[in-house]
Design a binder for this molecule. Structure first.
Ligand SMILES: Cc1cc2nc3c(=O)[nH]c(=O)nc-3n(C[C@H](O)[C@H](O)[C@H](O)COP(=O)(O)OP(=O)(O)OC[C@H]3O[C@@H](n4cnc5c(N)ncnc54)[C@H](O)[C@@H]3O)c2cc1C
Length: 432
């Protein structure tokens, strides 16, 4: 039996963030990761020298994740992907320029004069909006009240999909979405040099050098809750004892591993969770067939294309790394085969002749982008502590409060660590 102050189940962004916050306050921490490598959905695959994230990945420059990584003393190398890029929109199988500044608004053929005025007004509103004053309404309700022009609404929804990876406007709460849109308009996103594996590596190295023990290929099968310590059992027979435990794994996994979880708030959080998925293609290309098309979003389809290597270093030999995503609606059946065809058709439209440029590729159907998001059916925000089980905490992108995606993963990891530190402080004061 190995003994620790805190055991963290799951070595993705949430788990590694929590480990770093705990170890710097002197806690003896262990991270147990099921897979043979760390990172979860933030991992980067290397194929023939080409680095590919799992689908398109951008780190919000003024988001919670970046702020917290900076607080941990980590600097993330990369390029601002939002700088001087022309955004294209796909509508009726044709490619159109989406206006992003005054002159492109004026020259855009996508919008009528009336629509141009409405679009300019909406952009100004979004930038100045006090999002905290938005009541608990859905994105559709907000858009219905604020945007009457149909084309402007198309563009608005595609921006919301792009920034949240979520295609569920009738379920999404307006406030967190508009917060994310504002961040994207204000500072944009960073494409990370070396891919998101760089973030994982930095979190891992800092944790290890501060004393965190990390074990991969450790599939946690059960967590037994006790008032004075948690017993963690792995499928290889290894057992760990820890005063506190953070489960930074998906909600269904958490339900399975924590004994007696059916009687706790975790059960409600798991039931209310609506996972969001996407199908993605990542490609390494000898060259980009059409240099004009670096970034495109679907206006009448939930599609996205980006050249990630325009802003990030992902190869040594000049191979171009592009990513495409189809955002699946949680309300519709997913057809992975149809998604692949749709993504390939998008490449045909944007980059005719792309097939002969392919060096490496990966197709990732039905990837879970986020295990939950702030939606209208959510009764309560999950975590960080499971109130009925003192000593067990949760983290992960499904445990975001008003954050989404990686911002939710990293912020919830910090929240869980802080809750443990706060609880320990209270016990010391009580005992003192
Ligand atoms: C296609 C795609 C595109 C995305 N793009 C963006 C983007 O542009 N911007 C953004 O901010 N976010 C993006 N995201 C979301 C972001 O990648 C995730 O929110 C984040 O990586 C989730 O981190 P996490 O730690 O919560 O979960 P995970 O990364 O899933 O980590 C959980 C870990 O727990 C481990 N685990 C599970 N069960 C067990 C067990 N029984 N025992 C031990 N370990 C276990 C898993 O193996 C995994 O490593 C994207 C995600 C996808 C899939």
């Amino acid at each position: 039996m190995f003994k620790y102050d805190v055991a963290i189940v799951g070595g993705g962004l949430a788990g590694l963030t929590a480990a770093n916050f705990l170890v710097r306050e002197g806690k003896k921490v262990v991270v147990l990761e099921k897979s043979n490598r760390l990172g979860g959905r933030a991992m980067t695959n290397e194929k023939n020298g080409v680095l590919m994230n799992l689908g398109p990945h951008g780190l919000y420059i003024s988001g919670d994740a970046m702020t917290i990584l900076t607080e941990l003393g980590l600097s993330i190398p990369g390029g601002n992907a939002s700088k001087s890029v022309q955004i294209h929109g796909i509508l009726n199988k044709s490619v159109q320029v989406i206006p992003t500044d005054f002159s492109s608004i004026m020259s855009s053929s996508l919008l009528s004069w009336k629509s141009k005025f409405a679009f300019g007004k909406l952009m100004l509103k979004l930038m100045k909006l006090n999002v905290d004053s938005i009541p608990e309404i859905t994105l559709t309700e907000w858009a219905d009240a604020e945007i009457s022009d149909p084309m402007v609404r198309h563009i608005f929804y595609s921006i919301c999909r792009l920034t949240t990876y979520t295609n569920a406007p009738t379920l999404q709460l307006a406030k967190p979405v508009l917060k994310q849109v504002q961040r994207s308009l204000k500072d944009g996103v960073l494409y990370v040099d070396g891919g998101w594996g760089t973030i994982v590596e930095k979190l891992k190295c800092q944790a290890i050098s501060a004393g965190v023990e990390i074990f991969t290929s450790k599939n946690v099968t059960s967590i037994e809750h006790h008032e004075n310590g948690q017993i963690i059992q792995c499928s290889d027979g290894k057992m760990f004892e820890a005063q506190e435990c953070i489960v930074a794994a998906p909600p269904k996994e958490a339900m399975k591993m924590i004994k007696g979880a059916e009687q706790t708030s975790l059960s409600l959080w798991n039931e209310q969770a609506i996972p969001v998925t996407a199908s993605c293609i990542d490609l390494g290309l000898k060259k980009l067939p059409n240099q004009q098309h670096q970034f495109a979003i679907g206006l009448d389809q939930s599609l996205f294309f980006t050249n990630q290597s325009r802003a990030a270093k992902l190869t040594h030999d000049g191979t171009v790394v592009v990513s495409l995503a189809k955002y699946n609606s949680p309300l519709e059946e997913i057809n992975a085969h149809a998604d692949k065809k749709q993504l390939e058709s998008l490449m045909d439209l944007l980059h005719p002749g792309w097939r002969k440029e392919v060096v490496v590729q990966q197709f990732l159907p039905k990837l879970t982008v986020s295990y939950d998001f702030p939606h209208i059916k959510r009764k309560v925000n999950p975590g960080p502590s499971i109130p009925e089980m003192r000593g067990i905490f949760i983290a992960g992108d499904w445990a975001g409060h008003e954050e989404v995606l990686a911002n939710a993963a990293v912020a919830s990891g910090k929240r869980a660590a802080q809750e443990i530190l706060k609880t320990n402080e209270m016990i010391i004061v009580k005992e003192g």
